[in-house]
Structure formats: structure tokens, C-alpha cells
Design a protein around this ligand. Structure first.
Ligand code: COA
Length: 220
């Protein structure tokens, strides 16, 4: 079931419910995707299928050429979804929802991340935030702090997916600071230069935060 399909700053985002694998959902897949889904563990298969359905729909939303949404959307050797030449795409899933971000290829790689908002039992701020980000939150506690940490986490995961095609290595959470603003924009400051232009944005939808990012070489 499609939960939403909307334009974001960095492309089209489509959200699909993660459901039991039924024939109707499997029938939407390319045969190679169906084969992939059926060898995954059940929960992983459900989220993978929901992500592929979301990605195919997002690609169809940004391009009238069916060649951009018809081929098998498998994964590259780093785990990122492979989309047809001419487009870029990214996938995230959390609990009952999967989202995909797609855009026409304009020289940017893109990333999306989805997280559930709400109180957290464990404070992961020291793992997720840089010293500067921690200092900015020094006077914030309770739900406001949980929310800020979740938002920073999601922005950084979206950024990771956007920068990984360029950097092709693990990027730690301490390697970049993010500065979300109330209007849905977010500043991005890598601690050491990446040689990339990086943008990020966020939106709260139905108790989730959806973050998007894009990246391209600075000297292009
Ligand atoms: C890869 C990673 C971002 C996935 O995040 P997650 O919260 O575990 O899971 P999500 O549901 O949000 O995303 C999973 C999707 O990410 C995508 N993905 C996996 N590896 C990827 C990569 N190297 N590049 C881009 N996308 C990738 C896949 O589409 C995957 O879903 P699928 O296998 O069903 O297609 C995370 O596991 C990771 O390794 N992060 C690295 C550290 C980091 O985020 N640093 C932040 C500082 S920049």
C-alpha cells in the first residue's frame, strides 16, 4: 500500500507499507527482484520488497520513460540499489514503512533515511554527535534531546548513502556535523573536507522523520 508520494528538495519520495509478502506485491517485481526477495529471510524479504516497490514508483514519478523504472533494481557490491542510467535512487526502511527517493541524474548522487520519532531508552548522542553538536545541545534534555539526536542520526545516514558512491568507505558519525533548521533545511559540515558539495533536508511525516541528501564532486 502506498502511504505517500511527494516531491522533496532532492527528488521524489514514495513510502510503501512493509507487509506480508503476497502475490500482488511480488507480481509488481521484475523476475530477478522476485528471485532475490525469495532467498532473503522473511522480515528482510518484506522490507526489501517494499523498498523496491517504493523505488520503482518513485522512478516512474520522475521519468515518463518506462526504461527508467522497468529494469531489475538490484544492489551493487556496496549494498546500494542499482538504478538505470539517467536516474539516481536510494532506499530506507524502518519497522512498518519503506521509503525510496528518486531523481533524474543531474550529476548528484542521493540518499534517503527514515527513522521513527519518539522517546529513546538509550542515549546515543555521544556516538552520533560531534563535540560541536553536543555543545549546541548542552541545555536540551528529555524529548527535545531525543528528537534532535534522531534527526541528526537520520540526516547522517542519508548523507552516508549520498556520499558513499564517491568516498566508497565507511564514514563515521563523528566525521560530519549537521545543523537542521526549523524550515526543513540542514547545514552539513564535514570535519575534514570530502571534496564534495553536500546538501541535506528533512521532514516530519506521521511520526517518522524522512531525511534526504545529495552530493557531487566540488570541482566538477
Ligand atoms: C548502509 C546504512 C546507511 C544503512 O542504514 P540502516 O539504518 O541500517 O538501514 P536503512 O533501512 O536506512 O537503509 C538500508 C538501505 O540502504 C541502502 N544501502 C546499503 N548500503 C548502501 C551504500 N553503501 N550506499 C548507499 N545505500 C546503501 C540499501 O538500499 C538498503 O536497503 P535494501 O538492502 O533493502 O535495498 C548503515 O547500515 C551504515 O552502514 N551506515 C554507515 C555509517 C553512517 O551512516 N555514517 C553516517 C555519517 S556520514
Amino acid at each position: 500500500m502506498i502511504r505517500f508520494d511527494r516531491a522533496f528538495l532532492h527528488g521524489r519520495v514514495v513510502a510503501v507499507a512493509v507487509e506480508e509478502l503476497a502475490d500482488a506485491a511480488l507480481d509488481e517485481l521484475h523476475p530477478d527482484e522476485r528471485a532475490r526477495a525469495l532467498v532473503l529471510a522473511p522480515m528482510r524479504g518484506r522490507e526489501w520488497v517494499a523498498g523496491r516497490r517504493a523505488l520503482r514508483r518513485a522512478l516512474a514519478s520522475v521519468a515518463t520513460d518506462p526504461a527508467l523504472s522497468a529494469p531489475a533494481l538490484l544492489a551493487d557490491d556496496r549494498g546500494a540499489p542499482v538504478v538505470p542510467r539517467g536516474a539516481v535512487g536510494s532506499v530506507s526502511h524502518k519497522r512498518a514503512l519503506a521509503v525510496a527517493l528518486a531523481a533524474l541524474d543531474a550529476g548528484w548522487t542521493i540518499g534517503v533515511d527514515l527513522e521513527v520519532l519518539g522517546p529513546r531508552r538509550i542515549d546515543v548522542s555521544r556516538r552520533v554527535l560531534t563535540a560541536a553538536e553536543l555543545a549546541a545541545l548542552a541545555d536540551v534534555s528529555g524529548p527535545g534531546r531525543d528528537r534532535a539526536v534522531i534527526l541528526a542520526f537520520a540526516l547522517k545516514e542519508a548523507i552516508y548513502k549520498a556520499v558513499d558512491p564517491h568516498l566508497k568507505r565507511y564514514v563515521g558519525f563523528q566525521e560530519v556535523a549537521v545543523w537542521p533548521a526549523a524550515d526543513g533545511s540542514a547545514g552539513v559540515t564535514p570535519v575534514e573536507p570530502w571534496g564534495l558539495d553536500v546538501e541535506a533536508a528533512w521532514a516530519e511525516i506521521d511520526g517518522y522523520v524522512v531525511c534526504t541528501a545529495r552530493a557531487r564532486p566540488t570541482d566538477r
